[in-house]
Design a protein around this ligand. Structure first.
Ligand code: C5P
Length: 241
């Protein structure tokens, strides 16, 4: 890992909740426990940019605006310019459409906002590729690597991928290109009706070279979210290379 971080700073908590009241409760509880709060579509659509202010009022942690922007280049470029002023550290764009969208990341290259490219969602399984029009022999990990290389060449700061692709991406893209990994399921977590497919544990993700991991439900739905986050931070700490 190129960047030197505390174990806590490598944990991103996905604030996948319905409204600002629930967000405030969890941000207060985990304010010094995690390195970053991730605001996704559910919360951002409901509460708008004000939610970032609320997080900042209660916690020094970074903010990840996970909007997974997917539109024509001019529109994504405009959205990135608008987001630049909100005070988030990370924002996501989709990589499906190739370089024209990925290069919109250059729009904010002089700001502190880092653009991350979503490769393939961690809810997707290798067995679903055929239905999406890919050849039967196509390997999902090769597709992820291809998108990662394009994202890097286009100026993105890093990518989002699953635990299964971390080592390959790190090997080809190098240490400075950030690899952020959702689909994290600690061995002790039990998620009912889980929609994630390409899952891994915090230990395996960190050992494979993930810079940061994203954890939502295993913390949010735990009986004691603070204790769950603590357990994940110590797993990160015990696994760091
Ligand atoms: O609850 P869980 O730990 O599955 O949450 C994972 C989070 O990471 C969700 O907020 C989801 O939107 C996000 N994410 C993902 N897969 C990606 C990119 C983001 O699961 N490829």
């Amino acid at each position: 890992m190129a960047i030197s971080l505390d174990s806590k700073d490598r944990l991103i908590f996905a604030l996948d909740v319905q409204d600002k009241n629930e967000a405030q409760r969890l941000v207060k509880l985990l304010q010094n426990r995690v390195g970053c709060f991730k605001v996704g579509l559910e919360l951002f659509v409901k509460e708008g940019p004000e939610i970032l202010k609320l997080i900042k009022d209660y916690s020094p942690a970074d903010i990840f605006l996970d909007l997974k922007l997917h539109d024509i280049p001019a529109t994504v470029r405009g959205a990135l310019k608008s987001a630049e002023k909100l005070g988030a550290k990370y924002i996501t764009i989709h990589s499906t459409e190739g370089e024209a969208i990925l290069e919109t990341s250059k729009e904010v290259k002089d700001s502190s906002l880092e653009v991350l490219a979503v490769t393939f969602l961690t809810s997707l399984h290798q067995s679903q590729l055929c239905k999406l029009g890919f050849e039967q022999t196509t390997k999902l990990s090769d597709l992820v690597l291809d998108r990662a290389l394009k994202a890097q060449q286009s100026g993105c700061a890093g990518i989002i991928c699953s635990g299964e692709e971390i080592a390959k991406v790190k090997q080809k893209c190098g240490d400075d290109f950030k690899v952020i990994v959702p689909g994290i399921r600690p061995e002790w977590s039990k998620i009912s009706a889980d929609d994630q497919s390409r899952i891994t544990t915090p230990r395996k993700a960190i050992q494979a070279g993930a810079d940061l991991i994203v954890v939502g439900r295993p913390i949010r739905d735990a009986n004691n979210p603070d204790e769950a986050a603590q357990k994940i931070v110590s797993e990160i700490s015990n696994s760091a290379r």
